[in-house]
Design a protein around this ligand. Sequence first.
Ligand code: PLP
Length: 457
Amino acid sequence: MFYRQMETRKWQELDQAHYLHPFTDHKALREIGSRVAVRGEGVHVWDTEGRKIIDGLSGLGCVNIGYGRPELVAAASAQMSDLSFCQSFFNTTHPAAVLLAEKLVKLTPEGLNHVFFQCSGSEANETAVRAIRRYWDLQGQPGKKLIIAREYAYHGSTHLAASLSGLEPMHHAGGDVPMPVVHRIKTAYPYREKPAAMPDDEFGRLAASWLEDKILELGPENVAAFFAEPAQSAGGSIVPPMSYWPAIQDICRKYDVLLALDEVVMGFGRTGKWFGSFHYGITPDLMQIGKGLTSGYLPLSACLMSDRVADVLIDKGGEWAHGYTYSGHPSCCAVALANIEVIESEGLIENAADTLIPHFEARLAEFTDHPLMGDVRSVGLMAGLELVADRATGEAFDGALRVGQHCSAEGLSRGLAFRANGDTMALMPPLVMTVGQMDEMFAIVRAALDATARHLG
Ligand code: PLP
């Protein structure tokens, strides 16, 4: 490899000297030191200390087919040899982007017939907002500008995507985030929001009614769109009741509010179906995808648009002044095609649905009695284990204790990467994990939880 051979400590020093990491407390990092990853294969990553770590998070919910697949390496290499770059601005296209757009239209819900490429999930959400604003302008309703998004949402880190996000720490004081165009509603979070005696179905409809309340408060003539993930990942693996989405769709239709569905994490098999939309029966007007589109091998995202939206942009809009140098980058598109080919030919989504997800759910159920456990929830291969100070009342731990962080460090020291979203421990294993590897993963989760309980006394 091109990198220099150096001791871990040297890497850490160099890392701290120059490299600003995303979502990182750099002062704290100085104390801990970065883990330096050097190799990945299947569900494992190795670091400079030679430690083999199970990736219980699929990187950041992206490495769905696992690390080190030669098919994707070959696709990137062949495409770079043939045509290393191609702009798509000035009446130019190339085969990989065309074929990928066609494939995505076939895989995604009915009616999403148009695809716009960019590199990240954040940018896909930016594209969606710009398309929506333009759509309403062209429809002669320029007043329809406001966007409704939810608490605990994560839609990315650009100024607008961070505004759509509903995670308090992202709303840096004085940074004008969130932008005033974004309005917030509570989310369908059964553990925190559902009245004790209320059946799940009824709660789903109640949570959907919060959208209707907000639309009426703002005035339907002012509301452009509702942005949401099918189930929320970074916000704490929050899974809505099945009744939630049909009710949301009805409300969007009733008030002519576009539904922009963020499938950046849930897409490409996470729920045991190709997209979360199929799991919940959602037909969005726009759909943003990323991450699992290339299994993280190269950066690529897409914003899919329905005929309803795209026809207006095309027929009434003329040139749409929006795009990125790397929109539809050839190697990224070639890798996405190879990734989809692997998922299809190996039946990874079927295997997840038939074998992995039932096992995942059965193993998760064993944690409901753990002394730290408030709630265990999952959809497909995404789970959240919410740790609480008091199981009877659901009282959260004092944030200063950093219980979730402690638990994930206990996991890492035992060879498992899993993440703390606040005090909710998140698991999102790759679709290629075996049942045996899943058992290994859960053994470490158990050990990390027990060690955390001992640490808390
Ligand atoms: N949307 C969702 C649901 C995400 O989880 C993320 C990233 O984690 C994003 C959007 C942003 O994607 P990116 O980090 O590629 O900009």
